[in-house]
Design a protein around this ligand. Structure first.
Ligand SMILES: *Cc1c(COP(=O)(O)O)cnc(C)c1O
Length: 378
């Protein structure tokens, strides 16, 4: 552990506190923010919002992109637009950041937790298929959960720490049950599965530009989709569902104030200009970690088959929970920030009563995953 602390300090060339992931502003961020202030367009109208959406569309290959105030709000909107209603069910993975499950509850639907694959850390298509096979009855073409009598509307897999899950197989399984797929791609901007950007396989994908993500707008999110009517509806309900009119205030449904400001978008445009070099830099760091960990009895988790990962947060697999806890204690006490994976959703008070299937892989990973410093390296 002492050797690890020395190694990570050497590659980041610092004796100071080493964060897990800090933002990096390499280009036009200040210039564009100043433009916003000089122009007075600092709020929800302005050219940078459009430019930011355009850049994300171009980069991900999605037909449409709609900016949102953060990734959690983007997920909330995606669930609404997938038609999720109160007392329905949404399948997701227990190994995810709280935002995924919270957004499901915002719609008053109930999460159902299905296990992940050890090879991808994302939802397991085989375990999903087994669950649906054992638990679903199709009525009028819709999937009903036999034990709760609730409609299973949507499935939300997540591309964990930037590593793509087996999204095509997940979608194939869901299709058989008329369940739509929303990809939580909050952590995977810059990650591709079979050459196609994560978040563009399902009905809707969502991104996050929080301060700790690969690139940041301070706070921000994006809804991406190939469906024109969903994109239009997303823009409408993230902006209070106001009907366009030269002066009157008319709103035609319940809307949300989930817009991204022009200031945040200005930072986003500048960040997008450097995205590819940021990702190359992060992939270099992953390689450096891999060479190091190959010489220890721990392993770096590397990108799954058929994938190019952004290596948002590097993952070291410990041999057991005791070792994990020792590693966390030693590194954090020595000012090197490391973190365990999130406590599994089904163990949190709010989600304890949710249905789960066998979660062996998630349990295994929860005891062993440690994230290590992964910021851009100068
Ligand atoms: C970061 C993140 C989100 C969204 O986060 P915001 O902070 O609201 O932008 C959603 N899901 C996952 C898995 C995340 O890591």
């Amino acid at each position: 552990m002492k050797e690890f602390v020395e190694f990570v300090r050497k590659i980041y060339k610092t004796k100071d506190f080493l964060p897990l992931h800090e933002p990096k502003f390499l280009g036009n961020e200040k210039k564009y923010v100043n433009e916003c202030i000089d122009s007075t367009f600092v709020s929800s109208v302005g050219k940078f919002v459009d430019q930011f959406e355009e850049k994300v569309k171009e980069y991900t290959g999605a037909k449409y992109a709609v900016a949102a105030v953060n990734g959690t709000a983007a997920l909330h909107i995606a669930l609404i637009l997938a038609g999720v209603q109160a007392e329905e069910e949404v399948i997701t993975q227990p190994l995810t950041f709280i935002a995924t499950s919270n957004a499901i509850r915002y719609t008053c639907a109930h999460p159902v937790f299905i296990d992940v694959d050890k090879e991808t850390l994302g939802l397991s298509p085989e375990k999903l298929e087994k669950f649906l096979n054992d638990n679903v009855i199709l009525k009028d073409g819709y999937a009903f959960n036999k034990s709760t009598n609730r409609l299973i509307r949507t499935c939300v897999p997540m591309h964990t720490f930037g590593h793509p899950c087996r999204i095509q197989q997940i979608i194939e399984v869901c299709k058989k049950y008329n369940i739509s797929v929303i990809e939580d791609a909050a952590e995977s901007l810059g990650s591709f599965y079979k050459g196609k950007h994560t978040g563009t396989f399902g009905l809707i994908g969502t991104l996050s530009f929080n301060g700790n993500k690969t690139i940041t707008t301070g706070g921000g999110g994006m809804i991406i989709t190939n469906d024109e009517s969903i994109a239009k509806h997303a823009k409408h309900i993230t902006t209070q569902a106001k009907v366009p009119h030269p002066w009157e205030y008319i709103h035609d449904e319940i809307g949300y104030n989930y817009r991204l400001t022009n200031i945040n978008a200005a930072i986003g445009v500048a960040q997008m200009e450097n995205l590819e070099s940021i990702i190359n830099n992060k992939r270099e760091t992953a390689k450096t970690y891999q060479e190091y960990f190959d010489k220890t009895n721990w392993n770096l988790f590397t990108e799954p088959e058929d994938s190019r990962s952004n290596y948002w947060l590097n993952i070291v697999m410990m041999n057991n929970k005791g070792e994990r806890d020792e590693f966390l204690k030693y590194t954090n006490e020595n000012d090197v920030m490391t973190r365990p994976v999130w406590r599994l959703m089904n163990k949190l008070d709010m989600f304890k009563k949710c249905q789960t299937a066998n979660l062996d892989n998630a349990e295994y990973l929860e005891d062993r995953i440690v994230n290590v410093p992964s910021s851009y390296r100068m």
